[in-house]
Write a protein of this length. Structure first.
Length: 290
């Protein structure tokens, strides 16, 4: 499906309009319409390939407590997330970076450096809920689609596949991988607000008190100030944080509380329901420096 900038201008506009109209998606929970030029199966291929590369390039943590914690909280959030056909995988990467992400296909990575800031299960649920919300809402594919349209100039390129070098390059930037902040495509304020909203709903449905999300972002704000402020941290480069954001989170709480039932998450078959879902401290057993 290609649209070129030569020939009849009217025909070009009609063809381009039809491409864009048939490439619309709907964000779960919020119902917002979005431009998605990357097919879902191709988006998943990008996620699976990128995650395999990450596991080869970044050391995987062997800390049993940290890994058990991520598996426990991750499965609870995954059980309520709008991510059909996900091949869920949760990995703790050994790094001082305070960072986390969820790639298409349910591939979740958490850097050990963020665990002292999450502090407890609910804090980690805040991060996972937010990152998985980005994946469920296809925010990465949406940013890639917008960039592809802008880069295309007079044409809308049709070969939106995982093997397309342009798509591969944009995917690295869109999902914050590759180690180059200058090439990262930050989430828009709209996407951040949307992921905050969806993430609160997910953590509440999973049995975590959504009020803990405010506490986490306040801790992260304090951590950021201790490290010089601004968006120098990778996580804040792609997830801008300010007082307005925290206030917006507080305003979302009444809606999220309607979904909150302690321990109410439905667990995958064979996966045990742990305790401490509302914020049992775990920092003492993780063993990472504070």
């Amino acid at each position: 499906m290609k649209c070129y900038a030569h020939g009849s201008p009217g025909l070009v506009l009609i063809i381009c309009a039809s491409v864009l109209l048939t490439s619309c998606g709907t964000v779960p929970v919020t119902g917002r319409k979005q431009l998605l030029l990357i097919p879902a199966n191709e988006e998943m291929k990008l996620g699976l390939t990128s995650f395999d590369e990450m596991k080869q390039q970044v050391p995987v943590s062997k800390d049993p407590a940290a890994n058990a914690l991520l598996q426990k909280v991750g499965r609870r959030i995954a059980a309520v997330a709008d991510l059909p056909n996900a091949q869920w995988e949760f990995v703790v990467f050994e790094s001082k970076e305070a960072n986390a992400f969820c790639l298409p296909g349910g591939k979740v990575g958490v850097y050990s450096g963020i665990l002292p800031i999450t502090k407890n299960e609910a804090g980690l649920a805040t991060v996972l809920g937010h990152e998985i919300a980005h994946a469920a809402a296809h925010h990465g594919a949406e940013r890639m689609s917008e960039q592809l349209v802008m880069q295309g100039g007079g044409k809308v390129v049709g070969a939106f596949t995982a093997s397309n070098p342009t798509v591969q390059s944009l995917s690295t930037a869109a999902y914050g991988l590759g180690g180059n902040l200058a090439r990262t495509l930050p989430h828009s304020r709209k996407q951040e607000s949307e992921a905050d909203h969806i993430g609160l709903i997910y953590m509440a449905k999973a049995g975590y008190d959504p009020r803990e999300a405010v506490s986490f972002w306040e801790r992260f704000s304090a951590y950021n100030q201790q490290h010089g402020g601004g968006n120098t941290l990778w996580f804040l480069n792609t997830h801008p944080l300010d007082a307005k954001r925290i206030e917006a989170l507080k305003a979302e709480l009444p809606t999220a509380q309607q979904f909150y039932r302690p321990g109410a998450a439905q667990f995958p078959k064979g996966y045990p329901n742990g305790t401490g879902a509302t914020g049992t401290p775990v920092g003492a057993i993780i063993g990472h420096p504070r």
